[in-house]
Design a protein around this ligand. Structure first.
Ligand code: F6P
Length: 551
């Protein structure tokens, strides 16, 4: 059966019975029951990323019953749908074959997986990859010079959402791989201080702007593009030809992007089915390539590509994204723990949770299912994140003694031998992660034979808070691409289980349109028909006070 309400399936109800039987068991119990708990509930992916899912409120039967559920909803159909280019983004009538973006070795062509439709899509992808390679080579080797023949070493990515978060997170995470003579900047906010804080640091003659917008209608991006454009034109006395040395546009909307006097050769057209939050592997990742070099950009793609194959071809009980999504569904839909935390313990990865928020909540923050029915179960949990150990001094109190149970994914790089220092800071960092994971899982019981009687209740740490650990041997382009793809397919799997479309974002359109309406009506005094709009006196009063403040 396809596109079915999960709670009406036989296997979901068997899972519910199983849940009622084991819900009172604690994590301690599962470890005591299985001396090989870690071995049986961890996967060491290519000896590069260890996924430890042993500190969870599950046993082998839980996984087995979830796999029965995946078989009942015919999950394999959807994996094949990706490979065959089926219209799985049903509300926008688009495919979701992102695996094509990272198949740099043409594995799927060589093994005859691609039908004609996907072969055509792959042609444009390959063309764009060549374009990224060429632009990267020309700028990094001072072949592409400024309009007044100066070297370009400032790269400014202008975009927002998926046109910013992926590239920004990746460039920051891979700061060790950044080209020495290149400065990378990211501008996304409508607040002019965002772009001004960057323009004040750089010189027009050494700067290129990568303007990223799928639709080329996003007000934040278009405003920042206009500010940057005026900044360059002012420097070159309004010589419009200067723009072609200082702007590259990346979009899926050619007509809109052609309105800005940028030559067609500087416009990279991305396949229109590539969703914003899945687009860092496409030409929207140009600023990544310019920051860390094309070869390293390709290594990211290879990391994603190998994980694609892992996801497509690995049996469910050894499939990392599938296990990660089943565990998450177990808490979100059975325990009703509707928050999720992603804790990164490496400073460079601080944007990773922020990136995941769009990937997870813009994909699965839905309440209407594929049959156009209102959903009667939880969909996406609220995902937030933090940087360890800093967060241990801010919100970890709630994790340990709050009334909300918040399942957590811990992520840390483990190979510090070339970074070790006499302060042993990396060992201390890792010891904190282990300690937090144990406290959450086992609470006070972690210290055996402590006399409970001298414990006041308010000091008690109950534990039994589930958590996963990703131990990454070394954060590099390949492993970062792998990690991102694990979460991409977690989102995919959950979307299929929740019977929702994970690839549209209709919920953001009203706010976008309304903000333009408010601006025109109240600040441009356009004579828009006011009777078409609810004039609540809160908003009216706020606008009046705002205007008074700015008189
Ligand atoms: O937040 C809505 C959204 O459409 C995202 O899905 C997208 O990544 C972002 O805005 C930017 O859109 P665009 O790339 O079209 O400028």
């Amino acid at each position: 059966m396809l596109n079915i309400n999960p709670v009406y399936t036989k296997s979901w109800n068997i899972l519910l019975n199983h849940f009622n039987k084991i819900k009172k068991k604690d994590i301690f119990y599962f470890f005591n029951k299985d001396k090989n708990r870690f071995k049986n509930f961890s996967i060491f992916y290519k000896k590069l990323i260890l996924f430890d899912f042993s500190k969870n409120l599950i046993n082998n039967k839980t996984i087995k019953l979830f796999i029965n559920f995946l078989n009942e909803i015919n999950f394999k159909y959807y994996i094949n749908g990706i490979l065959k280019g089926k219209i799985l983004n049903i509300t926008e009538k688009k495919i979701i074959s992102n695996f094509l973006l990272r198949d740099v070795d043409n594995y799927f062509i060589k093994n005859n997986y691609l039908n004609n439709k996907l072969l055509i899509e792959k042609k444009n992808i390959d063309k764009n990859l060549c374009k990224i390679k060429k632009i990267t080579y020309e700028i990094l080797n001072n072949i592409w010079l400024s309009f007044n023949n100066k070297k370009i070493f400032n790269i400014v990515n202008i975009g927002i959402g998926g046109s910013d978060l992926g590239p920004r997170m990746i460039v920051k995470s891979l700061y060790l791989y950044k080209k020495k003579n290149i400065n990378s900047f990211f501008v996304s906010n409508l607040d002019i201080n965002d772009i001004n804080s960057v323009l004040n640091l750089i010189s027009p003659e050494n700067t290129i702007f990568i303007v990223c917008s799928k639709s080329f209608t996003t007000q934040e991006t278009l405003l920042n593009f206009k500010i940057a454009r005026d900044w360059i034109l002012k420097f070159y006395n309004n010589n419009i030809l200067s723009l072609n040395k200082h702007f590259i546009l990346v979009t899926s909307n050619l007509n809109n992007s052609l309105k800005y006097n940028i030559i067609r050769n500087n416009i990279i057209l991305v396949n229109d089915w590539v969703g914003g939050r899945y687009s860092f592997c496409s030409a929207f990742g140009l600023s990544i390539s310019l920051s860390i070099g094309f070869k390293n950009f390709v290594k990211i793609l290879k990391g994603c590509h190998d994980l694609d194959k892992h996801f497509f071809f690995t049996k469910y009980n050894k499939n990392i994204p599938i296990l990660l999504s089943l565990i998450s569904i177990w808490y979100n839909n059975f325990f009703c723990y509707t928050n999720e935390l992603v804790m990164v313990y490496n400073e460079s990865m601080f944007l990773f949770p922020y990136y995941l928020q769009q990937l997870v909540m813009e994909s699965n923050g839905k309440c209407i299912d594929k049959n156009n029915d209102l959903i009667n179960y939880n969909t996406s949990p609220i995902l937030f994140g933090g940087l360890g150990t800093i967060s241990q001094h801010s919100f970890f109190q709630l994790l340990h003694q709050g009334t909300n149970v918040i399942p957590c994914d811990f992520i840390i790089e483990s190979n510090f031998k070339n970074n070790n220092n006499k302060y042993n800071s990396y060992y201390k960092l890792f010891s904190n992660l282990i300690a937090q994971s144990q406290c959450l899982a086992f609470g006070d019981n972690i210290f055996l034979n402590i006399k409970k009687n001298n414990f006041s209740k308010f000091k008690n740490i109950k534990g039994n808070k589930p958590n996963n650990i990703f131990l990454i041997k070394k954060i590099n382009p390949y492993t970062l691409g792998t990690l991102i793809s694990i979460y991409e397919y977690k989102v995919f799997t959950q979307g299929i289980i929740w019977n929702i479309c994970s690839y549209d974002q209709w919920g953001v359109n009203l706010g976008k349109n309304l903000s333009n309406f408010v601006y025109k009506l109240y600040f441009k005094n356009k004579n828009i028909k006011k009777n078409r709009y609810f004039l609540d006196n809160s908003s009216l009063s706020l606008i009046k006070i705002f205007k008074n403040f700015n008189k």
